[in-house]
Design a binder for this molecule. Structure first.
Ligand code: F0G
Length: 415
């Protein structure tokens, strides 16, 4: 299994205390000398640092509050982060946990957590001097890359699985000026193509395979821990999140490891990472249930939660240890349970897209099974905004009722 230990040794490859390290072999690389997404043995890379800051080092708001834990002082910013950690007392008592908070990443500028990754990732693109950006996407990555690429004045290509991307996301990529290339295949096929283009040097890849993107996303973990501690004087026991490519799972685990390395939290205080997938796209769940060290690609995937319609989670080698070493698990939920959870969140005033609701559906299922205890403090991550997928929202919500153009008639209709 991958070695995710953060060593104290600073390699010769480091630039200003920052380097890239292969999680399989420990081989190190200079971060900005050349463009690289994986190591010589095709292992995943992590950004590593000579020093890991504790909470005292953080100041300001949003992603760049955590600049001391990032490879740059500032990024291409809209700005992003600083998302709400909602209280949901009714849902909390209905599901039956000690406390439940919803970290709503749909409140980022383009409506998903991807913005956190892009503010750092597009800054890396700038630093490397590239001109053309590319990603494969189930939608949200393309919306974020289009916006951040536009802000940086760079050409942006996005490859989308034809007919499987929610309307709001295509609209964003389109208006922000990305070239939208629709592929007759699924997300994993799009990513295969994008990796090939990147390897040929044709464009800079900004999927979560890119280690700089996950640096931005790890700030979700810092924000949750800081805010929860401020409110409760302790850290949450568990974070439940939807899993597609497993980038967030990997990024949250990295945030926790870095805080442990800084002496800011104890290993035992790392929240338990709990991943949720849809029944029709659950290769991570399969790997966890069968105690496997790697994921087997699912070639046929299907779910209403199109954002996580993914059969080959590229960050599994980082995420599986994260789930296991925090004592977590992974669970699959039905599309019906996802829609139920989307409605429940909406009843509490929180509008999310289907993939996001998977976290709450997973919490409910694991609580019901007794895997999650009644005394736990739980944070569910909701990754994207309701307006991302208007068709899913309309299908799950109330139908409009035609009424006459007359006040009395309207009143008669509603009573
Ligand atoms: N939730 C939403 C709304 C997403 O858009 C994604 C991924 C995930 C969860 C899964 O996150 O990959 O970190 O496990 N969307 C990518 C995209 C694949 O192209 O927008 P992960």
């Amino acid at each position: 299994m991958a070695n995710l230990q953060l060593s104290e040794r600073v390699p010769a490859a480091a630039e200003d205390g920052v380097w890239l390290e292969c999680i399989e072999t420990g081989e190190t690389y200079a971060p900005f000398e050349s463009i690289r997404y994986t190591s010589d043995v095709d292992g995943l890379l992590e950004v590593r640092y000579a020093d890991y800051p504790g909470f005292d080092a953080f100041s300001g708001r949003g992603v760049w509050r955590y600049a001391d834990a990032l490879p740059f002082e500032e990024g291409v910013s809209v700005p992003e982060g600083d998302t709400p950690l909602h209280y949901v007392p009714r849902l909390e008592s209905d599901i039956g946990v000690n406390s439940l908070r919803i970290k709503h990443e749909g409140m980022n500028p383009t409506g998903s957590f991807k913005d956190r990754g892009m503010t750092v990732g597009v800054q890396a693109a700038r630093r490397l001097g590239v001109e053309r950006l590319v990603c494969a996407s189930t939608g949200n990555t393309s919306a974020a890359l289009a916006a951040y690429g536009a802000r940086a004045g760079m050409e942006t290509l996005v490859l989308l699985p034809e007919g499987k991307v929610a309307a709001g996301k295509v609209a964003q990529a389109s208006l922000h000026g990305a070239r939208i290339l629709e592929v007759d295949g699924n997300f994993d096929d799009c990513l295969d193509i994008v990796r090939e283009l990147a390897e040929r040097g044709e464009a800079y890849l900004l999927n979560s395979l890119n280690p700089f993107r996950l640096e931005g996303q790890k700030t979700i973990g810092f924000e949750i821990l800081e805010r929860f501690y401020e409110d409760n004087g302790r850290f949450p026991d568990r974070i439940v999140l939807p899993v597609g490519n497993a980038g967030n799972t990997a990024a949250l685990y990295k945030a926790f490891r870095e805080l442990v390395a800084a002496g800011a939290i104890d290993r035992s205080e790392m929240p338990t990472l709990t991943g949720v997938q849809a029944d029709g796209a659950a290769p991570m769940v399969e790997a966890i249930e069968n105690d496997r060290d790697s994921v087997q690609r699912w070639t046929d995937v299907e779910t209403r939660a199109t954002a996580i319609r993914i059969g080959n989670p590229v960050n599994a080698p980082k995420a599986l240890p994260g789930i296991r070493e925090t004592g977590g698990t992974a669970v699959a939920v039905s599309d019906e349970a996802i829609t139920d959870a989307q409605q429940e969140l909406a009843e509490n005033g929180i509008g999310v897209e289907p993939a996001s609701a998977a976290s709450v559906a997973g919490l409910r299922k694991l609580r019901h099974q007794g895997v999650i205890d009644a005394d736990e403090d739980v944070v569910c991550l909701t990754t994207g905004h309701l307006l991302k997928d208007p068709d899913a929202a309309v299908a799950a919500g109330n139908d409009p009722e035609p009424v006459p153009n007359d006040a009395d008639a309207v009143l008669d209709h509603v009573v």
